[in-house]
Design a protein around this ligand. Structure first.
Ligand SMILES: [Zn+2]
Ligand SMILES: [Zn+2]
Length: 345
């Protein structure tokens, strides 16, 4: 028997993500209008400035990098009163700078190794102002500190990948409300990175083109999913968005290594962050989000096929069970609608 369907008001579709080779679900039935995202409830953690560990920076480990109004301050000068961005070792690190990388096996079955690596925090001065509300000059300091720390950490033993990420809001796992990013080095690659590297290499070999360059060229041609662009960078809601209002920021040129970013590119990237995070702030009423960097590893390998980028993922999900079980992400708005909505903010 053929079942008859009523006219479908909110079509759902599966879209293929060229970079992860995963399918995502674009199910617009629940979200209705973009404005609905604005009304989502937020959990707020309030910590007064007097009790904030980052406002009281002296309670932290010795700084590794200090900025004051766009300029790096020599460390021997101590922390100036009016510092604007600071990098410190994380007091509660998940990875530690062990002198050796040791592996053990239990019962010829379970493997263990010591979590060797470095954990650092990049903290901006204002207790409340998130990146979206900071001047471009301060955002540039944050980007510059990512680069500077990357260049230092990549030379250390057992540092094969440097993860750089930023959590904003309690739902996005920011345990401290004071704005900060994190840098964590790992001796090994996580499964997503391994997949992304393998897929982009295969794509490059097969098509003689980088998958991100191909996507960027297409997006610039069809103009349906562009949120913002400047001379060096493009911000898009990707065709196979993993979540509503996902934004990918990538250089227009094919560049594999984030740490080689130039001064001019840093400025341009700061502008893109300011615009994109500002649009999300307005469009979704200061949503919780995570952003993270994906770049070629620093394990001594050769990754000319890889294209570095930042992924910004607002937390608007309501489907956690399915996503965890089926490993298939569901976005409740089409990236075309999300991009159009962000563009007009
Ligand atoms: Zn604070
Ligand atoms: Zn490329």
């Amino acid at each position: 028997m053929v079942r008859k369907y009523k006219k479908i008001k909110f079509p759902s579709e599966l879209r293929f993500d060229l970079t992860s080779k995963d399918w995502v679900v674009i199910a617009t039935g629940r979200a209705k209008k973009p404005k609905i995202f604005k009304k989502e409830r937020r959990v707020e953690i309030k910590i007064p400035k007097s009790k904030c560990p980052f406002c009281n920076i002296k309670t932290q480990e010795k700084p590794l990098l200090v900025y004051y109004q766009g300029k790096k301050i020599p460390l021997q000068q101590g922390i100036p009163k009016n510092w604007t961005t600071i990098v410190v070792p994380n007091k509660f690190p998940a990875f530690l700078p062990y002198p050796k990388w040791e592996k053990k096996i239990e019962g010829n079955l379970y493997q263990t190794m010591n979590a060797v690596g470095f954990c650092e925090l990049v903290i901006t001065r204002d207790h409340e102002k998130s990146l979206a509300l900071l001047p471009i000059e301060n955002i540039k300091e944050v980007i510059d500190s990512y680069k500077e720390r990357y260049l230092t950490l990549m030379k250390k033993p057992f540092v094969n990948y440097v993860s750089i990420f930023h959590n904003h809001g309690a739902e996005a796992a920011a345990s401290q409300p004071h704005p900060h990013s994190q840098i964590i080095t790992t001796p090994l690659f996580d499964i997503d990175l391994r997949k992304a590297l393998k897929n982009s290499q295969k794509h490059f070999q097969r098509n003689k083109k980088c998958v991100n360059c191909q996507m960027n060229n297409w997006e610039r041609k069809v103009k349906k999913r562009i949120v913002f662009e400047n001379r060096n960078f493009l911000a898009i809601c990707p065709f196979a968005s993993k979540a509503a209002f996902e934004v990918i920021i990538s250089p227009k040129k094919h560049l594999s290594n984030f740490e080689k970013i130039t001064e001019e590119e840093e400025e341009q990237l700061a502008e893109v962050f300011k615009v994109v995070l500002g649009k999300l702030y307005k469009a979704l009423n200061n949503p919780p989000y995570n952003f993270y960097l994906k770049t070629a590893p620093c394990d001594g390998g050769n990754y000319p096929f890889y294209h570095w980028h930042f992924t910004v993922l607002p937390k608007t999900g309501i489907w956690a069970g399915f996503e965890l079980g089926a490993r298939m992400e569901i976005s409740t708005i089409t990236p075309e609608k999300a991009a159009a909505y962000l563009k007009k903010q």
